[in-house]
Design a binder for this molecule. Structure first.
Ligand SMILES: Nc1ncnc2c1ncn2[C@@H]1O[C@H](COP(=O)(O)OP(=O)(O)OP(=O)(O)O)[C@@H](O)[C@H]1O
Ligand SMILES: [Mg+2]
Length: 245
């Protein structure tokens, strides 16, 4: 049984259908990368899974359970099992790194403080920020803040992590430290869907690459197969442009 099974998912913004029947599945511990031109619907796939964009058709199952996007309560229940990190990390600036990581687990989940704090320290170590627990988030670099955002998402113990261009807003020299942190999560067995323009990174960490265009999946496969010998003209055209340098 797939860890996440997405079947014929559709989403609309007003009258505009932006996801026109998306189907894919990933196994536990796998990493799927969504790639494709701007406007192809990559972010909308992640937003729809989180219930941030209304799902107008299709089915999603996570760890064997059907997710129900039909009302606010079931959307909250679905959202509870996943976490998303965006390009803009939106940390709480007037709080320390530790407070950023522990706020939701303590206040929303009501998990015991000792456990929450020890898990927060473990996660900060994992993303290479073991010495920054007491720093205020506005004292950190963009790359450090984005790594805090990753750790904060994980502190809620999601069954799947969705990453939408988490390195796009960073200066080039900070990109690798965030990619390294994502690589560590991958090595820990976190199931992830990542949207990324960092094709070398995608080739290295992704088990599966899903190429989208016009709100549909055009082609998918293992990174090397898809990048080096795409079957469709659209994928060939796209990869020939972006993999040139
Ligand atoms: N809030 C919105 N209201 C109306 N249309 C939207 C909205 N957000 C996205 N769209 C449209 O949905 C389509 C898919 O957008 P989406 O953001 O998913 O693309 P993307 O593949 O993530 O692109 P990019 O690589 O530029 O981030 C586009 O045509 C876009 O214009
Ligand atoms: Mg996007």
């Amino acid at each position: 049984m797939a860890h996440l099974a997405v079947n014929d998912v559709r989403a609309k913004y007003g009258a505009l259908e932006v996801l026109k029947g998306i189907s894919f599945s990933i196994e536990k511990g796998e990493i799927a990368a969504l790639v494709g031109p701007s406007g192809s619907g990559k972010s909308t796939v992640l937003r729809a899974l989180m219930g941030l964009t209304p799902v107008t058709g299709g089915h999603v199952a996570l760890a064997g359970d059907q997710l129900d996007y039909s009302n606010a309560k079931s959307v909250r229940a679905a959202r509870d099992r996943m976490a998303i990190v965006f390009q803009q990390y939106n940390l709480f600036q007037n709080m320390t790194v530790m407070q950023n990581l522990t706020l939701a687990p303590l206040k929303i989940k009501r998990w015991p403080r000792a456990e929450v704090e020890s898990e927060a320290r473990r996660l900060l170590g994992l993303v290479g920020l073991g010495d920054k627990a007491d720093a205020y988030s506005d004292q950190l670099s963009g790359g450090q803040q984005q790594r805090v955002a990753l750790a904060r998402a994980l502190a809620l113990k999601p069954q799947i992590l969705l990453l939408d261009e988490v390195t796009s807003a960073l200066d080039p020299e900070l990109v690798n430290e965030v990619l390294d942190a994502v690589g560590k999560l991958a090595a820990e067995g976190m199931t992830m869907i990542i949207v990324s323009h960092e094709m070398a990174f995608v080739r290295e960490v992704a088990d599966k690459v899903i190429f989208m265009d016009g709100g549909q999946i055009v082609e998918s496969g293992e990174p090397a197969a898809l990048f080096d010998s795409p079957r469709t003209d659209r994928a060939r055209d796209f990869f020939s442009k972006i993999l040139r340098h």
